[in-house]
Structures are given as C-alpha cells and as structure tokens.
Design a protein around this ligand. Structure first.
Ligand code: ACK
Length: 303
C-alpha cells in the first residue's frame, strides 16, 4: 500500500505504480485452483501503457483462505514487485491490492504448467498401449533445463531463494519458453525476515534437499538440489520423483544416501548434472551459473 508523504496533515497517498483500477480487468475463465487460491484468465485494459486488451493471468485467494495464505500471496507480490523483468521469470504486470479481493496480475503463459506440457507430450502407442516417442525433442528438454537455470541464476543473484522449484511451478509460453513462477514460498534473504513454514503436510518433500528436510535450512544450494529433481522430472516427461515410494520413506532413503536412479534413455552426461546437484554437502553442489555452463555445453555438443 502507498505511503503517506508529509505527515498526517497533508495525507497525500503516494501512488503505487503497480496498482491498476479493478474495472480494467475482465475475467474470462478459470485456469486452475489450489486449496486456497485460484488463477483466472482475464483480459486487462490499458495495462503497462499497452492500449489494446491484453490476456493476463490473475491470482486471487478463495474465501476459505486464512491470514497465512493471504500473507503468502502478499509476500509473493512483494517479491515480484522487487524484480526487474527477466525472460525466464514470470512477470508481474500489476495488482489490485488496495482492497479485497487481492488481484496479482501476471503475464499469461498459454501452455500452462511445465508438468502438464511434459505429460501431454508423451506419445501413446494405441496398439501396444505403451509410450511412444515424445513430441518434445531431447534438445528441447535440455533447453528447458537451461532456461530454468538461467532464471534461477537471476533470482539467486537477487538473493531470492525459491524453496519450491518443481515442474508444477514452471510455466510455458506459446513459444515454449519456460518461466519460473510461484514465489509463495520465496523469501528475499536480504530482507532477513523470519518466515514460518507452511504446515508440514504441504512441504514438497520429494524436491527438498536433506538440510531443508532435517534442519530447515534453505539456500541457493538447496534450490540447486531441487533443480536436479526438476531435471529428472523433465527427462522423464513429468514422472513423480521416487515413484511408488511413500514420502516418509523418501526422507529415510535420502538420509541414507540413496538418490534418484538414472532414468531409462537418459544420457549419462545429463544424469551426471542432476547427480552433481544431489551432493550431500551444499557447498559441493553447482550454483546456477555453473549449471548454465554445463547445460550449454550439452546443447552445443549436440549440434
Ligand atoms: O497447467 P495450468 O493451466 O497452468 O494449470 C495451472 C493453474 O493455473 C493453477 O496454477 C495455471 N496458471 C498459473 N499461472 C499462470 C499464468 N501466468 N499463465 C497461464 N496459466 C497459469 C497453471
């Protein structure tokens, strides 16, 4: 919300450049919903100086959302406001936050979640009812990994820890560009605010580094661990990590040094990169700049 300048007497509210008149947003359809929030496809009029109507995605809270969920969305908005635009991070376009309901207006990514893009790309052989070839090439899959590493390199350079990096939190545009989204968990470490975790049941156990699971420690290097799991999701076209293993057993196995196996058809060089992200010691994992270099090398060597 705006700040007051010149004390109470003048009480001139400094305009928040992100605030948009609510009547400039017209709801078209629902894109999806979680337990406490919804995302709507909308048309926005005169947003960011853009004269024509623009298709946008708007995040809102459901009526049953509590104070915690509200704070999460407000925090997500704060984090997005603080970022300059980056090609691989979902852009904030505006907000309606002066009164309820809170609207967080973001760029629209036509293909939706990477997880669904991967799963929908799976070819099905209708005769044998087995998987046929994917409609995505292995080059495109490594390109997705590279773009996400690039977006994460940017976020970590801003002191932002994502904490929930997974294929469900990556969006894909019509041009098949990946964009990192869902900053609900993200905390700007520079602001040094203490954050209480969401209820244990909602923790993304299968994506979490051991120091996050057992010691509640998060860093760019715990994001690197999650990035390795996200690479595994990409290579397996959207499989759930540790298939058939209960979450509690995943934790035990990680503690015992067990790691995700090399997926069938996954090149050794690709598996080596994800495996590097799963070093027990956070300092020995790659940072995102190094990951970009390793992935770029794969892309170059391929051609
Ligand atoms: O796979 P989807 O269509 O992509 O289903 C989910 C749903 O909303 C709930 O998160 C979609 N979604 C979220 N943010 C956006 C966005 N910026 N552009 C397009 N779709 C989005 C997501």
């Amino acid at each position: 919300n705006g700040q007051y300048i010149g004390g109470k007497e003048s009480a001139i509210k400094e305009a928040d450049p992100w605030e948009i008149p609510r009547h400039h947003v017209r709801v078209c359809s629902i894109l999806g919903e979680g337990s406490f929030g919804q995302v709507w496809k909308c048309e926005a009029y005169n947003i960011m100086g853009f004269k024509d109507n623009m298709v946008v995605a708007v995040k809102t809270l459901k009526d049953n959302a509590g104070e915690r969920e509200r704070l999460d969305l407000v925090q997500e908005l704060q984090v997005m406001k603080s970022l300059e635009p980056h090609p691989h991070v979902v852009k904030l376009l505006g907000c309606c936050s002066e009164r309820d309901p809170l609207f967080v207006i973001m760029e629209y990514a036509k293909l939706g979640k990477l997880q669904s893009v991967l799963r929908n790309s799976r070819g099905v052989n209708y005769y044998t009812n087995t998987h046929g070839p994917s409609s995505l090439t292995s080059h495109e899959l490594i390109m997705f990994c590279y773009q996400i590493a690039k977006g994460m390199d940017f976020l970590s350079s801003k002191g932002i820890i994502h904490r929930d990096l997974a294929a469900r939190n990556i969006l894909v545009t019509e041009e098949r560009t990946c964009k990192i989204s869902d900053f609900g968990f993200a905390r700007d470490v520079a602001s040094n605010r203490v954050y209480e975790r969401k209820s244990e049941g909602r923790l993304p156990i299968r994506w979490m580094a051991p120091e996050s699971l057992f010691d509640n420690m998060y860093s760019a290097k715990s994001d690197a661990w999650s990035f390795g799991v996200l690479m595994w999701e990409i290579v397996t076209l959207g499989s759930t990590p540790y298939p058939g293993v209960a979450a509690a057993d995943v934790m035990k196995r990680i503690r015992d040094g067990y790691r995700l196996d090399k997926p069938q058809h996954c090149r050794r060089e690709v598996y080596n990169i994800m495996f590097y992200c799963w070093d027990k010691c956070p300092d020995d994992r790659p940072d995102f700049a190094e990951l970009m270099g390793l992935l770029d090398k794969l892309l170059v060597d391929e051609t």
